[in-house]
Write a protein that binds this ligand. Structure first.
Ligand code: IMP
Ligand code: MG
Length: 182
């Protein structure tokens, strides 16, 4: 049993600031090679991916654009298909464009599956995913992550943009987080 005052504290560090920087540099290098001369649109899913995007684009010496998509999962739990509500759509017309989705973490994969099928209907030239983290159980979602930072255990994590009830996004590292209900 943890002391009550510690219930809302981040736990064990999964990725240090230095480890994140190495991963982001590697991903930036891979993306720069693959997208050289293509002027891709990087689509960021708000809000969890915003810290990652900000660091990633500073590792991209190639021309590119960024845009944002704000979505929310319906949380009543009655829809097994994980219908997603669009809160704010893209400003960019992605028809004929090379599109790279920049995501913080793939968990059940439902959000991303929905977004991929939605964006596919807009006829991008290509559509790929870059995700900083993927939980172990998400390996079998069928979603192909072209650029993966790191696979992590099936635990709830906070920091580096990832939140628990809108807190802890500001941590420069990523830590496991034990919710009060376990
Ligand atoms: P999914 O649809 O289950 O793959 O997860 C959708 C979104 O939930 C992710 O993009 C994150 O923003 C958020 N999420 C999933 N797991 C975590 C976590 O461990 N910490 C914080 N946010 C998470
Ligand atoms: Mg996210």
């Amino acid at each position: 049993m943890r002391p009550k005052e510690n219930l809302y504290q981040p736990g064990e560090t999964l990725l240090t600031e230095g480890e994140i920087a190495e991963i982001v540099a590697r991903l930036g290098h891979e993306i720069s090679i693959d997208y050289g001369g293509k002027n891709p649109v990087l689509i960021n899913l708000l809000k969890g991916g915003v810290v990652f995007l900000a660091d990633l684009i500073r590792q991209l010496p190639i021309p590119h654009q960024i845009d944002f998509l704000s979505v929310s999962r319906y949380e009543n739990g009655t829809d097994p298909n994980g219908t997603v509500r669009i809160i704010e759509d893209l400003a960019t017309n992605i028809s004929g464009r090379d599109v790279l989705i920049v995501e913080d973490v793939l968990d059940t994969g439902r959000t991303l599956a929905y977004i991929l099928s939605m964006l596919e209907l807009r006829s991008p030239k290509s559509l790929e995913v870059c995700s900083l983290l993927r939980k172990k159980s998400a390996r079998h979602t069928g979603i192909n992550i072209r650029y993966l930072g790191k696979e992590i255990p099936d635990v709830f994590v906070v920091g580096y943009g990832l939140d628990y009830n809108e807190s802890f996004r500001n941590l420069p590292y990523i830590a496991e987080f034990l919710t009060p209900d376990g």
